[in-house]
Each structure stands twice: as C-alpha cells, then as structure tokens.
Design a protein around this ligand. Structure first.
Ligand SMILES: C[S@@+](CC[C@H](N)C(=O)[O-])C[C@H]1O[C@@H](n2cnc3c(N)ncnc32)[C@H](O)[C@@H]1O
Length: 271
C-alpha cells in the first residue's frame, strides 16, 4: 500500500497520531465521506490510502487552506514548479510572511501556504487580526519545502473530493443516509492558558460547540448518517455528548511552547 498519501501540511490538532483509534471507529461500510473541518485531513488521506473513499466532501472555514487543497487537486504541476524555487532563508521567509495571498491564483496561494508551513516554527498556521501570517521562522536545517511524491499522491486522492470553504453547519445538506461524517473541531481548551483557537481570526467558542452537537445529533438520529467526533476529554464535551457513546483515548499534544511541555493528554472519541 505504501505510506502515501498522507497530510501535506503540519497542522495543529492534526490526527495522524490518533489514527489507530479513529480507524477502529469507522463504519464497516459507508457511502460518501464528509470532513467539514478538514485541516490537514489525516483521516481523509488514510481512508484514501486504504481505498475506502468513493466520493468525499471536504471543507473548512480557512479559505487559504481550501484554495491550497484546490490547487493541489487541479494544478499540482504548477504548485511543484513554484515551490521548488523557494529557498529556506530568513529574509525570503519574512518577505513571504508579508504577502496577503488573496490576489494570487490558487497555485500561488498553495505555494505560499506550503512554504510557510514547512519553514515556520512547528508548522504553526497563525494569523494576526489583519489575517497576516505571524508565526516565526523555524530555523530548520533542511526542511522538505517541496515533497513532490507526497504532493502528487495527495493530488490523486483529491480527484475524488468536492472542496468548499464554509462553516461546518452549512455543508451537510448533501449528506445521505449511510454516509460517514467526521467532525474534528478546535478542541475545548484543557485550561485557560491552552486555549489555542486561532486557526482563523474567528476562533471557535461555546456556541459553536453547542451548534456542532445539534448538527451531529440531527444527522445521527434523523438522517441515518454515521457520525464520529473528537474533542478534548473535558467537562463541556462530556456534558454535551452525554447521550452518545464515548471512549477516552490517550494522545500526545504536539503544540506547546517548548518540547519539554509536550505531554500525554486524554481525548474523547464520540459517536
Ligand atoms: C482540529 S483542526 C482539524 C484537524 C484535522 N482533523 C487534521 O487531521 O489535520 C480543526 C479545523 O476546524 C476548522 N474550523 C474552525 N472553525 C470552523 C467552522 N466553524 N467550520 C468549519 N471549520 C472550522 C479550522 O480551520 C481547523 O482547520
């Protein structure tokens, strides 16, 4: 099977390490696959690798991210040719960081996104209030800025994907009975100091978690759609999903200020 495709981005909250647990919870048979908070798409790429995707619907509120997916699906040659000329140096990095990529074609947005993702500190996609990228330079010796086999394998997997930039609650009309939806929202923070919600300028708050519970409940109980969610093992999800099945699993948090701060935390799989 090889180990490709797999996510082409490092992504905060990426589910690569949780895959063994997630795979135990996927339905034995399902129709189309939906991932409305796709981020780095770890589960989508793993299901593709296993030949389990017929058609997929992938979306996220991060427009630059979705335009990156679109370019990799539709114009991977151009993305590769742009990226292969980008150097790993501090001044080029700072130049790229000042770019607001909205006016570029999708391939330019993708090259911008991938470059910053590979060369910034920890691959952290973080923007300020003006939506300008503001993670620091990572100072990595040899980051793989252009991983051609990886990008081509992702492009192939994405041929089966419909892509849209939209909030999760507005993309599920197309879900049919026996389809499978995986929701992986920005987690409820473990503590006040760990409230990482800046994937976009908007964040994801209490009301969004309530709305997600309502949307998933309707899919599950009224529309016969298979639903799987993940969240932190904290009071709010335990309360919101008390009528669902739940399992506590161990995960290692990848983002913290220092490597020393990485620790084992508990997460909830909910279905
Ligand atoms: C935990 S990450 C998903 C990680 C992904 N499962 C992976 O393996 O990389 C959460 C994602 O939700 C997206 N998001 C935040 N608010 C959203 C909303 N209201 N609707 C849809 N997506 C949203 C963020 O942009 C982010 O990409």
């Amino acid at each position: 099977m090889g180990n490709l495709p797999k996510p082409f981005l490092k992504w905060v909250g990426g589910k690569q390490r949780l895959l063994p647990h997630l795979l135990k919870k996927i339905p034995t048979e399902f129709g189309d696959y939906h991932e409305p908070m796709v981020g780095g798409g770890a589960l989508f790429f793993e299901l593709s690798r296993r030949g389990l995707i017929q058609e997929a619907y992938l979306s996220d509120v991060n427009e630059r991210l979705i335009r990156t997916y679109r370019a990799i699906r539709d114009d991977v040659d151009k993305v590769i040719s742009l990226l292969s000329h980008y150097p790993n140096d501090d001044s080029f990095f700072k130049e790229m960081r000042r770019v607001a990529p909205e006016s570029l074609p999708d391939s330019g947005v993708a090259a911008w996104f991938l470059y910053l993702n590979r060369t910034c500190f920890n691959g952290l996609y973080r923007v300020n209030k003006s939506n300008l990228f503001n993670s620091p330079f990572g100072k990595y010796k040899k980051p793989k800025i252009c991983n051609e086999p990886l990008l081509r394998s992702c492009s192939k997997a994405l041929q089966k994907a419909h892509l849209s930039c939209a909030p999760f609650e507005s993309v599920l009309e197309v879900a049919k009975p026996l389809d499978f939806v995986y929701f992986d929202p920005p987690y409820v923070p473990l503590s006040r100091t760990s409230n990482f919600t800046s994937y976009t300028v908007e964040g994801f708050g209490f009301r969004d978690h309530m709305l997600l519970r309502d949307v998933s409940w309707e899919l599950r109980t009224e529309r016969e759609v298979h639903v799987l969610l993940s969240n932190s093992w904290t009071d709010l999800p335990l309360e919101l999903y008390r009528n669902y099945k739940m399992e506590k699993v161990e995960a290692r948090r990848a983002v913290s200020a220092t490597n020393k701060g990485r620790k084992v935390v508990h997460e909830a799989l909910i279905w």
